[in-house]
Design a binder for this molecule. Structure first.
Ligand code: DAH
Length: 355
């Protein structure tokens, strides 16, 4: 083997290198020259055919070529790798001058907000928040509230029945009974219970077959009507404004005796008469009364020792009045345009609070 063929191989490599564009081309070239069956390796294999005196010169030349090729391959590989890294870094750069993406901030549902405000008020007075069941028995929804099967007042609440005994609760009052029972005849009991209730009503601007109520119950020794009145007076001022007054009107509920309906002085016209209060100066907000002795007794409390007051209110109505909402169905149809009108303000209020 002539040393000129060594030079040819070196030259051929240098030429081939010019058309190398990718790492893969370079790897192919490495195999072609330095691989087991490569051209440079082939030169080494020729050694055995040379005379003893030619061997060192030839060997040195082959080594030079191998070092030359190996060096170029290593350098070029490094160049490719650096280029790839740079391209990647460039592609991943963050342009800190770009404007950030705006986060869409949600707004609390006006009904949830109202319920939370009312809860906060009563929790502040030492009440506990109790929960009951939306699927109830006839016993807890009616019978234990002094409404036996044939009672005409059952007609006041048109009911969704699953069977003769199982129904969707028509009010949150069954939670009164469940709570008293779990207290096993020992006071004091002081709870409110917010929750969903159901009635077979046709939906319109003021009726929904599913709506919400908040029940309140206080049972202890010596609880009097004046305690109820004082509590509701405070409630009206807290929720509807400091100069609100309340008025109690005699009413009837089977589970309270005496029973009252409670009005607040109109926040809109301050009693002068307007469309919100239908010119009466008063707005009805809840039903209440002293817990009927039969109810106490059926729930395991001694009516000679214990007395209590109870009330039931509709947060839907409270929220409608408070935020000037005219159609109850807005609460339940999940139109984002409606809910977005109630963005919280920085002071914790709501933008379109009407009171
Ligand atoms: N449960 C009654 C209703 O849905 C509201 C009510 C009235 C609840 C008087 C009470 C109460 O606790 O004392 O119409």
């Amino acid at each position: 083997m002539e040393t000129s063929s060594i030079d040819e191989i070196r030259h051929a490599f240098d030429e081939a290198l010019k058309s190398v564009e990718h790492k893969k081309d370079l790897q192919d070239l490495k195999v072609e020259y330095l691989g087991k069956k490569g051209k440079v390796t082939g030169l080494m294999k020729e050694m055995k055919n040379l005379s003893e005196e030619d061997k060192p010169v030839y060997g040195q030349k082959v080594n030079e070529v191998r070092t030359h090729i190996q060096g170029i391959i290593d350098d070029t590989l490094e160049k490719f790798e650096n280029e790839a890294l740079e391209a990647q870094l460039k592609a991943e750069t963050i342009d800190v001058s770009l404007p950030g993406r705006r986060f869409q901030l949600g707004s609390p549902h006006p009904l949830s907000r109202t319920i939370e405000d009312i809860e906060d008020f009563f929790i502040g007075l030492g009440y506990r928040v109790a929960e009951g069941y939306e699927v109830e028995t006839d016993y807890y929804n009616f019978e234990a509230l002094n409404l036996p099967k044939s009672h005409p007042a059952r007609d006041m609440q048109d009911t969704f029945y699953f069977s003769d005994e199982i129904l969707l609760r028509t009010h949150t009052s069954p939670v009164q009974v469940r709570t008293m029972r779990s207290e096993k005849g020992g006071g004091p009991v002081k709870i409110i219970c917010p929750g969903k209730v159901y009635r077979r009503d046709s939906d319109d601007a003021t009726h929904s077959h599913q709506f919400t109520q908040i029940e309140g119950l206080v049972v202890d020794e010596n609880i009097r009507m004046s305690d109820l009145k004082g509590t509701l007076q405070l409630f009206a001022k807290e929720i509807f404004g400091p100069d609100r007054e309340i008025r109690l009107r005699p009413s009837y509920f089977p589970f309270t005796e005496p029973s009252v309906e409670v009005d607040i002085s109109c926040f809109n016209c301050r009693g002068a008469g307007c469309s919100v209060c239908k010119d009466s100066g008063w707005i009805e907000i809840l039903g209440a009364g002293m817990v009927h002795p039969n109810v106490l007794e059926m729930a395991g409390f001694d009516p000679d020792k214990f007395s209590g007051f109870a009330f039931g209110m509709g947060p839907d109505r409270v929220a409608m009045l408070k935020y000037g909402i005219e159609d109850i169905r807005n609460f339940y149809t999940n139109d984002i345009r409606f809910i977005n009108q109630f963005k919280p303000t920085e002071d914790g209020g709501v933008h379109n609070e009407s009171i």
